[in-house]
Design a protein around this ligand. Structure first.
Ligand code: BG6
Length: 469
């Protein structure tokens, strides 16, 4: 690319960080909280479960003090549906609502913009048992739940996200289902997917009608898919997978229609969902105000061979894609390094992804997740030296600034995660935070919060509004 004078991050740029309820709160059955599907996770492979997590439920004031010290302008977190409505529908749990009310007040007091995800992988168990997202009643329940939150918190929360990584829940259901659960068929998954689209669309409309200045968007996990070579067949395979994994979700949210290539694929494979009368009208009527994007890693693919080896075996890792008969097959990309947990590191891919998204949808973007999981430990000097995390963010912030310079409208960046939390399937040993939480998978110790080196580094970045990146 020719030399560019880098644009500055806008003055009101939402530098922040992210978490999700079940990964950070703990208190899984405290003060009337009902169980969610995540509470069924048993410790396996030496990983902890989600019952205590980082105990933010009891540490939130201390945590927000640290957010303030970090200089955070925004905090993206999710609300646990079963904490506020224990069975997913019906009786409300005032104690659960109070927790979020207090948390939000504390954020506002500290001038931190709350960005709230309505649903992040933790479906109330009672709804799951009734069929979960396969049951159309869950759409109505999600609307009632969202209405409750808009009503109680809409005076202070202006940024909302509908569903976290709906595409991960569909493409990697094992990443979000309890280990021993029977996974739904693809046909059922795409019906769940459709029902979630209807639910999200209704809730986007509701947000606009209930909240003055309310802004709402989706939060899928989006990544550029590279063809392994310039062979035209590989390019088609990349296009296939990018459409199925990414554009389907954003086309629905923004344009209110099924991506044509994906609809054809769903029909050919026999996965097409039933569309009920009125669904597409609802979906096409609603519009997001911005796009929340979770970005971790790109993927590289080559043409599928149709030789019986392109399959998607059960695999718990949401960034690992293996292939699908007749569609694509994953390929190695020798240009890129990996994290210790085998996730690809591709900062330039972030710029590519942001550019692709913006040129398709032309809506402001908040990066709602991006980060690196590693095995941090407390050093003898009482500190945590996570230089690898600083290097990772240095490169990703630079590529984001380059995307901004390219003309992409990016309004916020919330790295994953504010503090260490329980990874979706690799327990507490895979840490993401700027703040270390002193516990391990097997020992909850004292849950002491300790600032990592990356905390001080990020603090400076925020203070300078990214001008020295
Ligand atoms: C995203 C999820 O897929 O990636 C988070 O939204 C998750 O919930 C994050 O924690 C990192 O993944 P993992 O599996 O390393 O925890």
């Amino acid at each position: 690319m020719y030399y560019k004078k880098l644009k500055e991050f806008p003055d009101n740029f939402l530098w922040g960080s992210s978490t999700s309820a079940y990964q950070v709160e703990g208190a899984y059955d405290t003060d009337g909280k009902g169980l969610s599907v995540q509470d069924l996770h048993l410790p396996e492979n030496g990983n902890t479960d989600f019952k205590i997590a980082s105990d933010m439920y009891h540490h939130y004031k201390e945590d927000i003090r640290l957010m303030n010290e970090l200089g955070m302008k925004a905090y993206r977190f999710s609300i646990s549906w079963s904490r506020v409505i224990p069975n997913g529908s019906g009786k409300i749990n005032e104690a659960g609502l109070k927790f979020y009310d207090d948390l939000i007040n504390e954020l506002v007091k500290n001038n931190i913009e709350p960005i709230v995800t309505l649903f992040h992988f933790d479906l109330p168990l009672a709804l799951y048992k009734k069929g979960g997202w396969n049951d159309r009643q869950t759409i109505a329940d999600f609307i009632d739940y969202s209405k409750l939150l808009f009503n109680r918190f809409g005076d202070r929360v202006k940024y909302w996200l509908t569903i976290n990584e709906q595409n991960v829940m569909i493409n990697h259901p094992n990443a979000v289902y309890p280990a021993d659960a029977e996974l739904p068929s693809k046909k059922k998954l795409y019906q769940q997917n459709h029902n979630m689209f209807v639910a999200s669309a209704k809730v986007m409309d509701l947000c606009h009608s209930m909240i003055l200045d309310g802004k709402i968007g989706p939060a899928p996990n989006i990544t550029a898919i590279y063809p392994a070579t310039s062979a035209p067949e590989d390019v088609i395979a990349a296009d296939n997978w990018e459409s199925i994994r990414c554009w389907l979700y954003l086309d629905m949210a923004v344009y209110g229609r099924y991506n044509a290539l994906v609809w054809n694929y769903l029909q050919e494979k026999g996965y097409a969902p039933t569309i009920y009368p009125g669904d597409m009208e609802i979906i096409s009527k609603s519009k997001p105000d911005f796009l929340g994007i979770n970005y971790y890693a790109t993927a590289t693919v080559k043409a599928a061979k149709n030789d019986g080896h392109d399959c998607q075996p059960r695999n718990g890792d949401q960034q690992v894609m293996l292939g699908e008969e007749g569609v694509y097959r994953s390929a190695q990309n020798d240009n890129l390094k990996m994290t210790k947990f085998n996730w690809i590191i591709d900062p330039v891919g972030m710029r590519t992804t942001l550019r692709r998204i913006y040129s398709r949808y032309n809506l402001p973007i908040i990066i709602t997740e991006n980060g690196i999981g590693g095995e941090d430990s407390l050093n003898e000097d009482g500190k945590i030296h996570d230089k690898y995390r600083i290097d990772y963010f240095k490169q990703h912030f630079l590529q984001t600034r380059l995307a901004l310079t390219d003309g992409v409208d990016i309004i916020g960046y919330c790295p994953w995660s504010f503090e260490d939390l329980v990874s979706t399937h690799q327990g507490y040993k895979k840490r993401y935070g700027f703040v270390y939480v002193d516990r391990s998978d097997s020992d909850i110790k004292d849950m002491r919060r300790i600032k990592k080196d990356s905390f001080d580094w990020y603090k400076k970045i925020i203070k300078e509004n990214g001008s020295n990146i």
